[in-house]
Design a protein around this ligand. Structure first.
Ligand code: 6GU
Length: 248
């Protein structure tokens, strides 16, 4: 899969995406990430990319033409019109199902805004998907683009080892992960839960599932509606939520 990031800060993308699993996947040829500097497409004396908004208001806007020309350079190279994701707090909030859908594309373009945004006309012309990563305001679209690239990349075949990839299914069940422990058996007077030392795999699986239900009920009760729970698990979740309400 090939990612093309249109940005005023290409070094941020380049430095952020070449470590750990994503870096290895790029080295292994499973992914490519190309950062395109929008400023290289500002064909005026001072390579200016921003201007005042018509009608007044605070701050500056990114102008349409450099953004368009940067996009066009990618589109011409590919020979087709790829999906273009514009990172904006005004977009649909990113989630795992969206990551799964975007992972099917061969190429994805990310458009990162700065200042107070981008001239609406170029967005109308090139953007196919408006995406936000959550309800808070950031200074630019680079971190959101990197977050999306990370989440999408781990779904691309070959990027993760297969045993790890099954692991993420638990979030797809709309339950949070259970707690995990490694050596030593006792650390700072805290002991690993006895059941995990028992070697009894069926009981361990049962315990882990319960822990997932408990955590989800405590931290993300909104997810429970979509989770497929047995009657016993529903009761457990209700009890946890009652306890949480009492402690408030
Ligand atoms: Cl995608 N961009 C910016 N600038 N801020 C955000 C965001 C995106 N998602 C949440 N906050």
């Amino acid at each position: 899969m090939n990612f093309h990031v249109l940005t005023l800060f290409p070094e941020m993308i380049e430095q952020g995406m070449h470590t750990s699993i994503i870096g290895r996947a790029i080295a292994g040829g499973y992914l490519s990430i190309d950062a395109i500097n929008i400023r290289d497409y500002a064909f005026n004396k001072h390579q200016k990319v921003d201007d005042y908004p018509y009608g007044g208001g605070a701050g500056m806007l990114m102008q349409a033409e450099p953004v368009y020309l940067a996009y066009e350079s990618v589109q011409k190279k590919l020979g087709y019109r790829p999906r273009v994701v514009y990172l904006t707090p005004q977009g649909e909030v990113f989630h795992q199902t969206m990551a799964k859908e975007l992972a099917k594309e061969k190429d994805l373009v990310f458009l990162c805004g700065h200042y107070e945004g981008i001239d609406e006309r170029v967005l109308d012309e090139i953007v196919t998907d408006y995406v936000s990563i959550g309800d808070y305001v950031l200074t630019g679209g680079e971190l959101p683009a990197m977050i999306m690239i990370d989440a999408i990349s781990r779904l691309v075949p070959g990027v993760l080892h297969n045993d790890v990839s099954a692991e993420f299914e638990s979030f797809q069940d709309n339950l949070l992960e259970y707690p995990q422990y490694s050596r030593p058996e006792v650390w700072h007077d805290r002991k690993v839960p006895e059941i995990l030392m028992s070697g009894h795999h069926a009981n361990i699986e049962k315990w882990r599932r319960e822990q997932s239900v408990i955590r989800t009920a405590k931290n993300r009760p909104d997810l429970l509606e979509k989770a497929e729970l047995t009657e016993k698990e529903k009761k457990l979740a209700e009890e946890v939520q009652k306890e949480v309400k009492k402690s408030l």
